[in-house]
Design a protein around this ligand. Structure first.
Ligand SMILES: Nc1ncnc2c1ncn2[C@@H]1O[C@H](COP(=O)(O)OP(=O)(O)OP(=O)(O)O)[C@@H](O)[C@H]1O
Ligand SMILES: [Mg+2]
Length: 257
């Protein structure tokens, strides 16, 4: 379980550009289910993920994952426990490497390896099995460079790479935002299948309110680095969520002006 306690982060402190993104922010995240984080642009959603994954270091506070204090662990070591998929289909994969090489790297997450010993025959069977489960025919394109895949295929591959070694926590930062509606739905369905099958504790950022309700158990809305809504997805309608979302965007705009 992820427990965030009194987390604070200010960018450019004590300068005219000072920006307090989080001040004593606390949040407990439920295990084995998907929690959605909503909120207007700039409210701190991606910063929260970066603080959890370690690409940004918090000023103070605690981020505990299954009892271990993450604030004391460097990003590369945190990656062993945390899977991340971003909005950009070219991130999360190595575009010039082929599917087999990318998947092999994902299997070696947290281990030291060289390219000479990258691909093991035993891994190939597992990789083919996982790609077949994805049902996009990628198992027939093992030697295709990932840069030649479509955005949807790449995001699905990123998702598989982030979860092939079951992470303790999966962070999805608008991972379907760059996809067309049909592909977005396909990737969301694959996301749900993977999360449910492997029972992965997931935090998902999206601006798509329907996806928030349809694909997650709990919905949290942030505004200016604070939780302004925390509900079960089954207890709120898209219309109610939309109203609250717009109210908070307006509130943020008023505060910024
Ligand atoms: N590395 C950084 N250095 C300086 N400022 C940053 C950095 N990362 C984020 N910020 C600032 O922190 C604030 C929150 O940004 P963040 O990216 O977390 O927003 P967000 O909620 O993810 O927005 P969006 O919905 O647009 O993705 C913004 O004002 C941003 O400029
Ligand atoms: Mg963001």
């Amino acid at each position: 379980m992820l427990k965030i306690k009194n987390l604070s982060k200010t960018f450019y402190p004590s300068t005219p550009e000072e920006q307090i993104v989080f001040k004593d922010f606390s949040l407990d995240v439920e295990e084995n289910v998907c929690t959605t984080i909503l909120g207007p642009n700039g409210c701190g959603k991606s910063t929260l993920f970066n603080l959890i994954s370690g690409s940004i270091i918090g000023d103070s506070g605690s981020i505990e994952l299954n009892g271990a204090e993450l604030m004391n662990i460097v990003e590369e070591k945190r990656a062993k426990y945390i899977g991340k998929v971003n909005q950009d289909p070219s991130m999360g994969v190595s575009p010039n490497l082929n599917i087999l090489e990318n998947m092999s790297i994902a299997l070696k997450k947290g281990e030291k390896f060289t390219f000479k010993n990258l691909i093991k025959n035993t891994d190939v069977d597992l990789i083919v099995k996982k790609l077949k489960e994805l049902d996009l025919g990628l198992e027939d394109k093992l030697t295709t460079q990932v840069k030649f895949l479509s955005g949807g295929q790449r995001q699905s591959l990123s998702l598989l790479m982030a979860t092939i070694k079951r992470p303790d926590l999966l962070l999805l930062d608008e991972h379907t935002a760059a996809l067309d509606p049909k592909t977005s739905k396909i990737v969301m369905e694959k996301t749900r299948n993977l999360i449910n099958k492997e029972k992965i504790t997931t935090l998902m950022i999206t601006h798509n309110l329907r996806n928030a309700i349809e694909y997650s158990k709990r919905i949290i809305m942030l505004s200016k680095g604070e939780v302004v809504l925390d509900v079960r997805a089954e207890d709120i309608t898209e219309e109610e969520l939309n109203k609250l979302y717009n109210e908070n965007i307006l509130k943020d705009l008023r505060m910024a002006s």
